[in-house]
Write a protein that binds this ligand. Sequence first.
Ligand code: APR
Length: 164
Amino acid sequence: MIRVVQGDITNLHVDAIVNAANTTLLGGGGVDGAIHRAAGPALLKACKNIGGCPTGEARITPGFDLPARWVIHTVGPVWRGGDQGEPPLLESCYTRSLDTALDHDIRSIAFPGISTGVYGYPKQEAAGIALGVMRHYEDRFEEIVVCCFTTEDKKLYDTLLDTE
Ligand code: APR
């Protein structure tokens, strides 16, 4: 099932949380910064061993000090107006993250709004892409959680789910 919550993804007790990373995987601000702070320095060490991640792909590490056992790092596209391949790249973030989760027998997974912060992806369009992919995978998970940082974002997802 798909569940929408409002809060800080680093507090969620799910098998895996997804990080909105950048291609270096060396941390940053936003949810990336929050996850690295909560997971501790071992996360950065593990990410350094991976050596980066192309946009639209996903890499997995342990969650270390996080309640979540795993962190799946994915790199969303920077919004450049919508005709530079952003939609399929954002969709790929969700599909690659969920495929990676299936490869690790992960049963519950939480996503932040990939690319909808610093990377500027319009939230409405991004939510439509995210839900479209989640619907396709939801039978293979106990729970797919959309973790919205703000109440506005949660309202956006709730509205989309109600009108499906
Ligand atoms: N929990 C859940 N969601 C969060 C949290 C948090 N602790 N902090 C921020 N968010 C939300 C933002 O409100 C936004 O909706 O995560 C979404 C993604 O925003 P960003 O973190 O800015 O990520 P993104 O837009 O994908 O930009 C990625 O930002 O932090 C850097 O290293 C990162 O360079 C990369 C870029």
